[in-house]
Every structure is written in C-alpha cells, then in structure tokens.
Design a protein around this ligand. Structure first.
Ligand code: GRF
Length: 190
C-alpha cells in the first residue's frame, strides 16, 4: 500500500525536491501533492519540472473553509510535511491529521522558534547572539508555532567568523541529509 505525502512550502522548495528525490525510486512512498500559499513560490517551478501535482491556496481556503482538508483526504494523504511553510496550521487540519503533520525548523528548538523566526531571520539571530552551535529540529505540529513534540534534532558548529549565510548552508546540508529519513521513520510508524 503506497504511503502518500503532501508537502507544504512557501518558498524555494529545495527541501520538497530533496524529499521527492529520496523517495522517487521507492514504490511504497510517493510525494503526491505540493501545496503552497504563495503563487510566486519557487516550489511551483520544481513541482512542474518533477511532474508533481501542485496547488496554490489563499487564506480563505486555508482558514475559512474545509477545502484543503478535503483535498488532502480525497488524495488519501497519509502524512503532511511542512518544508518551509510559513503559515500557522489551522485547527481543522490538525484534527484531520492528528500526529500526522511534521515540520522542519532551521534551529535547535525551543531556542530561536516562534512567530517571525524563519529562514535567514533565524541564522542572523544565531550569529548575532554568538551561538557556538545551531542545527535543525523536526517536530510534530500543533496549533502553536514550533511547539509540537520534537522527533529529531541534529547540530552543526557555528564558528566565530561564520556569516549567517555560512550557517544557512550548514543547516540546509543537515536538512537534506536527515529530513527524508525522519519522514520515512514516521511513515513506517503509521
Ligand atoms: C528551510 O531552511 C526550513 O528549515 C525552513 O524553511 C527553509 C525552507 O527552504 N522551514 P526550502 O524552501 O526548502 O529551500
């Protein structure tokens, strides 16, 4: 029975593509759908290049209708993966997919989490605060930003002359290495 993943992204979608590549020769797992809140997101170009069905939605679709939940359910989605998705997840989606929504955050939660802490903002804060390490956190999603149960963390060093771009590239390397494997473990546990 093929396990089906829906990936939500708001930006470039490099993690979404990496996840697709990891599973593309695996007949038991597929990236079924890519969804975004941003009509200009780079993830849409990746989806069309990879022939993955994609969907752009707005706030009304997401917060004032059952449209997105209906689409996920009609596609028999097993796991919702947030990969650089910037909006808070609405209650109806969380209750439709209990413990089946996971997110990757580019820092070692609970530090550098919460509203406004995304992308380069995180790495700039890490560098500004003179942190000696950073990393990634993969967690279950609940109704609060970045507060669900932590499933996995991996660390990288932050050396004294690292720029926030240096930290970002170390973090992306960790994301590409670990996120697909954690997704596979979660799917196996479903
Ligand atoms: C990643 O750094 C991820 O940790 C964060 O948003 C970024 C998404 O990058 N949530 P991309 O769109 O996958 O390239």
């Amino acid at each position: 029975m093929t396990k089906k993943i829906a990936v939500f992204a708001s930006g470039s979608g490099s993690n979404a593509e990496n996840i697709y590549e990891f599973f593309k020769d695996n007949s038991t797992v597929e990236v079924t759908l890519i969804l975004t809140n941003n009509a200009n997101a780079g993830v849409l170009e990746r989806a069309s290049r990879l022939n993955i069905p994609s969907l752009v939605f707005n706030r009304t679709d997401f917060y004032n209708s059952t449209k997105i939940v209906d689409i996920l359910e009609s596609n028999a989605i097993d796991l919702v993966v947030l990969a650089g998705f910037l909006w808070l997840i609405p209650e109806n989606l969380i209750s439709a997919f209990p413990d089946k929504i996971i997110n990757i955050h580019p820092a070692l939660l609970p530090k550098y989490g919460g509203k406004g802490m995304y992308g380069d903002n995180v790495h700039k804060a890490v560098v500004a605060n003179g942190e000696k390490e950073s990393g990634i956190t993969i967690h279950l999603v609940n109704e609060h930003y970045d507060e669900g149960k932590i499933l996995f963390q991996a660390k990288c060093d932050v050396i004294h002359n690292d720029t926030y771009e240096d930290v970002a590239s170390k973090i992306h390397a960790l994301e590409y290495e670990h996120f697909p494997k954690v997704i596979e473990e979660v799917l196996n546990s479903l």
